[in-house]
Design a protein around this ligand. Structure first.
Ligand SMILES: O=C[C@H](O)[C@H](O)[C@H](O)COP(=O)(O)O
Length: 237
C-alpha cells in the first residue's frame, strides 16, 4: 500500500518534470538545474532528449553538488553562473507550494544555491506532485534556515523569538547536516504563515542567516502532476 503511494508520487514527479522540460527547455538555452528527487527527473529528461539528438547545445547550471554529480554521470554539459550570469530558465522542485506560487524550498538543503540560481533566471519553473500544494506556506513544511556555524545557537534563539519551533537538521547517523557551503540548517516550524513577506525580511536582515527557504515572488510557472494529469499554472505578475 505504502509502496503504491510512493510509486504514484514518483510517477507524478516524473510526469511534471518531463512536461516542464518539453515545454520550457529550448535549443541554445542556459538553464538552471534544481535539486531533489523531482529535479533529478528534470536532469534525466534533459539527458534523454540529448540521447535523441535534441537540446545538444543546452548548458546547465547545477544548484548543488548532488545535481552536478548526476548531470556529469548523464553527460549533461554544465556551465557556471560566472560564465553565464543570466539564465533563460530554471526548473526546480519545491516542498510546499501556495496558491500564488510562493514556495518553501530546502528540504534537501540546497536552498541557498537554488535561490541564487533562481534570482539569476528569467523564468523559474517549479515542478511538483500534487501533494505539495498547500493553502498557505508553513502548513505542511518548516522553513529551512541556513546559518553560519559561528554563533548558530544565537540564531536558534532569534528564530524561536520569531515564533518557530526550531530543529537543527541532522543526518541519519545523528551528525549535524552541513550544506554544500559547510553551513548548518535550522528547520523552523512556524505553522501556517500569515505574513511571509515580513518573515522573509526579518530573516534576510539577520547577520549569520545566510539563506532561507521562503521563495516569494520568484516563481513564474508551476507544472504540477496528479491523478487528473499534468497542469501548468502561471504566476500572476
Ligand atoms: O533543497 C532541496 C530542494 O529545495 C528541493 O527542490 C525540495 O526539497 C523538493 O525536493 P523533492 O523534489 O525531492 O521533493
Amino acid at each position: 500500500m505504502a509502496d503504491d503511494a510512493a510509486e504514484r508520487t514518483a510517477r507524478y514527479k516524473r510526469e511534471a518534470a518531463e512536461a516542464a522540460v518539453e515545454r520550457f527547455f529550448q535549443a541554445g538555452m542556459r538553464v538552471g538545474l534544481g535539486t531533489g528527487s523531482t529535479a533529478a527527473f528534470v536532469v534525466r529528461a534533459l539527458a534523454a532528449r540529448r540521447e535523441r539528438g535534441l537540446l545538444l547545445d543546452v548548458l546547465g547550471v547545477p544548484t548543488s553538488l548532488a545535481t552536478e554529480a548526476l548531470a556529469r554521470e548523464l553527460r549533461v554539459p554544465l556551465t557556471t553562473l560566472d560564465a553565464h550570469p543570466v539564465l533563460d530558465v530554471t526548473i526546480d522542485g519545491a516542498d510546499e507550494v501556495a496558491p500564488e506560487l510562493s514556495v518553501i524550498k530546502g528540504g534537501g538543503g540546497a536552498l541557498l544555491r537554488e535561490k541564487i540560481v533562481a534570482q539569476a533566471s528569467r523564468r523559474v519553473v517549479i515542478v511538483a506532485d500534487v501533494a505539495k500544494l498547500s493553502p498557505r506556506l508553513g502548513t505542511h513544511w518548516p522553513v529551512p534556515v541556513e546559518v553560519l556555524p559561528f554563533g548558530w545557537r544565537s540564531q536558534q534563539r532569534f528564530l524561536e523569538a520569531l515564533g518557530a519551533r526550531v530543529t537543527p537538521r541532522s543526518r541519519a547517523d545523528g551528525s549535524p547536516f552541513h550544506t554544500d557551503q559547510g553551513n548548518l540548517v535550522l528547520d523552523c516550524a512556524f505553522g501556517p504563515i500569515d505574513t511571509p513577506v515580513s518573515l522573509a525580511a526579518r530573516l534576510d536582515s539577520r547577520a549569520g542567516v545566510v539563506g532561507h527557504g521562503l521563495f516569494l515572488g520568484l516563481v513564474t510557472d508551476l507544472v504540477v502532476a496528479g491523478p487528473s494529469g499534468v497542469e501548468h499554472r502561471v504566476a500572476r505578475s
